[in-house]
Design a binder for this molecule. Structure first.
Ligand code: ADP
Ligand code: MG
Length: 687
């Protein structure tokens, strides 16, 4: 038999023509391997036979009995209905097949039948029970054993039947070349079954114990390969040994520390120490600073960038949005130009001429620190002497973007990434597995905790009266909405509509503005600048204000349709207030009546701890939702669950470290890794 390649197109499989291939493509399935890793979402256990008198309408059941009678009727539009009457010691029921009259010849009265399906009322049967939508049907000969069946159930679309998946997988398991991907010694040490056994076990299980073993093996493999990729990246940096050695602290950093309007907190000071140590070492720094919203990460980045400048290098700071880049630029210019440091803003919307002038200045080392968005990693940007690359709000970028920034100079720069998304340890290891981690755990002193309330939509009038009162006392407010414009599919008021409603109603005469992602950059900046300066009192916004924005006088935030946001995102939004001396209020407005939605939002009322919220969010929504679509840049996990598979993850990470210790093992793993996760890890083979 010819051995089937896993990279082969799905059309290679029996029964897959153009039409089926198109249907499979809708599920993201192009190759044989995609089918093979289309894992069941669950199983139906048909191994327990239920006595007929104990079956329940609406549930699934597996029964075994003797055929006492067989009838066929033709119903409307020529549909044939074949009915077998089945009897066991406890009672009898009907089994129905639609449009399968060919079965008539196969079924004989007196024969034993083993069937599994859904229990309902018989077609025209006056309340008698019938089994239909069969998932198993076996005609038993005299001595046949009862088929003990655990049937996989695949995530699918209407066009593709469960039985079709089973057929495809049957063919693949029989014909494909399922080479082992985990080195023998690792497999033995961690007691993993072979790849072939695992794939058979997951798609064709004969027992629950087998499914468990198969799942563990496949989840291990997935996490192990990713960990290998991350650790290889880390090792390659270490091995280069061409890192920059930043000398001891000089006059610029001392000058900056002295000029700051505050003292570093103990956490900030400790993180700054860790960074200093890394930067002074000849090895390249690769450090993640994790700190909750408002914990004061910016100043730590500013110190590090200043240090690289005082050592004669350039620094880059990449932020996820124009608004945030702009804000950093203003803040940096204010603090650093008095020290003679040249700061530039590389925005995506510069005119061609201005952009090219700036490119030339960057290449000629006429600027010291460049702040920008993704514009920083465009092709034309080349640094004369990039010594430190900082990425702010890293969870908004992928691995590939981060490493693109690192390659913007001739040297191997130190790398610092900052994230406000407090993530559980499992996630840290997966998403940032190639970095060392520092944490800022406590907020600067003197912050008043934001008071959070969950309110029903019918209280909006009262809520906005309260907002108005705060504005009259000199404060500013945000109103956050999930959508910009009217949307035909989702019947929610948009930011634009709410803006209209508020400015024509209760806030008439109060300076208000609307800001969202689709505004032109210049307009956005104008609005933000005016809000910053206190000229605008009420800002109706979409989530463009989610990251980083710092306006201490804004002390109130109303979030409309709060149920449309994730907890981590709500926490980020709420982090925009409570930044100054005033008591701040966050009001979550929702008319959602489902218990889960309210329960989820109620967590926001009870805690301000970002880590706790992140864990809850992860539990409730799963990692994909948690980070937003592919934002973290890592492959989607097909079978492992970073939350519940913590044990496997730790083992997989340890195993990956062991693999990296052997060059032969790395050579074995690399092609598998890059074949499987081309997008994320292809760049590591290049060097
Ligand atoms: P984030 O970690 O969310 O990026 P920022 O760096 O924007 O937080 O800091 C939030 C606010 O806290 C800023 O206004 C900043 O000036 C202030 N801040 C930072 N560090 C301290 C400190 N040690 N003491 C007092 N205020 C601080
Ligand atoms: Mg920040």
């Amino acid at each position: 038999m010819k051995s089937m390649e896993l990279t082969a197109d799905v059309r290679y499989l029996k029964g897959v023509g153009e039409k089926k291939a198109a249907q499979l493509k809708k599920l993201g399935i192009d190759t044989v391997n995609d089918v093979l890793t289309h894992y069941p979402r669950g199983y139906e256990d048909q191994s327990t036979v239920t006595p007929i008198n104990s079956i329940v309408v609406g549930e699934k059941a597996t029964v075994m009995g003797r055929v006492t009678q067989l009838t066929e009727k033709t119903a409307r539009r020529g549909m044939s209905i074949l009915t077998a009457f089945l009897e066991d010691d406890s009672g009898y029921l009907q089994v129905t097949w639609f449009n399968q009259s060919y079965l008539k010849k196969k079924i004989k009265v007196g024969q034993r039948l083993f069937v599994a399906g859904k229990v309902g009322y018989a077609y025209g049967g006056q309340g008698q029970l019938a089994l239909s939508q069969l998932t198993a049907c076996h005609f038993l000969e005299k001595d046949d054993e009862v088929p003990v069946g655990i049937v996989p159930v695949y995530p699918t679309t209407e066009a593709i039947k469960q039985s079709f998946w089973r057929k495809l997988l049957g063919q693949i398991l029989a014909e494909a070349n399922l080479t082992e991907s985990i080195p023998e010694n690792i497999r033995e040490k961690y007691r993993l079954i072979t790849r072939r056994e695992a794939l058979t076990g997951i798609h064709r299980p004969t027992s629950l114990a087998q499914i468990k073993k198969a799942r563990r093996r496949l989840a291990f493999e997935e996490l192990y390969l990713i960990q290998c990729g991350l650790l290889i990246i880390k090792k390659q940096y270490r091995d280069k040994q061409k890192g920059i050695r930043h000398l001891m602290q000089g006059s610029l950093t001392t000058g900056l520390l002295a000029a700051l309007p505050f003292q570093l907190t103990a956490d900030q000071a400790e993180v700054w120490q860790e960074i200093t140590r890394d930067m002074e070492s000849p090895l390249p720094m690769r450090r993640l600073v994790q700190g909750d919203v408002g914990s004061g990460k910016t100043v730590v980045a500013m110190l590090a960038l200043t240090k690289t400048v005082e050592n004669g290098f350039q620094g880059a700071l990449m932020a996820p949005t124009e608004i945030l880049a702009q804000q950093h630029y203003e803040n940096f210019t204010k603090q650093l130009s008095p020290l003679g440091i040249r700061v530039a803003l590389l925005s995506g919307q510069l005119t061609k001429k201005k952009r090219e002038t700036l490119y030339a200045e960057i290449a000629a080392h006429e600027v010291d620190i460049v702040i920008g968005t993704h514009a920083l990693i465009q092709e034309g940007v080349t640094f004369a002497r990039l010594g430190l690359a900082v990425t702010d709000e890293q969870h908004r970028f992928g691995i590939a973007q981060r490493s693109a920034l690192e390659k913007k100079g001739a040297l191997t720069p130190d790398v610092l990434v900052m994230t406000a998304t407090p993530i559980p340890r499992t996630m840290t290891l997966t998403v940032y597995g190639d970095l060392d981690v520092s944490a800022i755990r406590h907020l600067p002193p003197g912050r008043k905790a934001v008071r959070t309330f969950l309110r029903h939509t019918d209280r909006r009038e009262l809520i906005y009266r309260f907002v108005l009162k705060e504005i009259q006392h000199g404060r500013q407010a945000y109103v956050v909405c999930p959508l910009i414009e009217m949307n035909e599919e989702i019947a929610l008021p948009s930011a634009a509509e709410i803006y209209e409603e508020l400015t024509h109603g209760i806030f008439r005469g109060i300076p208000c503005s609307l800001i969202h992602g689709k505004l032109k950059k210049a307009d956005k900046e104008e609005v933000m600048a005016a809000f910053h300066a206190g000229k605008i009192k009420l800002l109706v916004a979409t989530t463009v204000i989610e990251v980083g924005i710092n306006v201490p006088n804004a002390s109130i935030m109303v979030i409309e349709h709060a149920e449309r946001f994730g907890l981590a995102q709500l926490h980020q939004l709420r982090g925009r207030i409570g930044r100054g001396e005033y008591q701040s209020y966050c009001i979550l407005v929702s008319d959602s009546r489902t218990d889960t939605a309210r329960e989820r939002l109620a967590i926001m009322e009870s805690t301000a701890d970002g880590f706790q919220l992140a864990e809850e969010d992860l539990k409730l929504r799963g990692p994909g939702q948690f980070f937003g679509e592919r934002q973290h840049g890592l492959p989607d996990l097909k079978i492992a669950d970073v939350f519940s598979d913590m044990d496997i993850l730790l083992e997989a990470r340890q195993a990956a470290a062991e693999t990296l210790a052997s060059e032969a093992a790395v050579r074995h793993i690399l092609p598998l890794l890059t074949a499987q996760y081309h997008e994320q890890f292809a760049h590591i083979t290049a060097n």
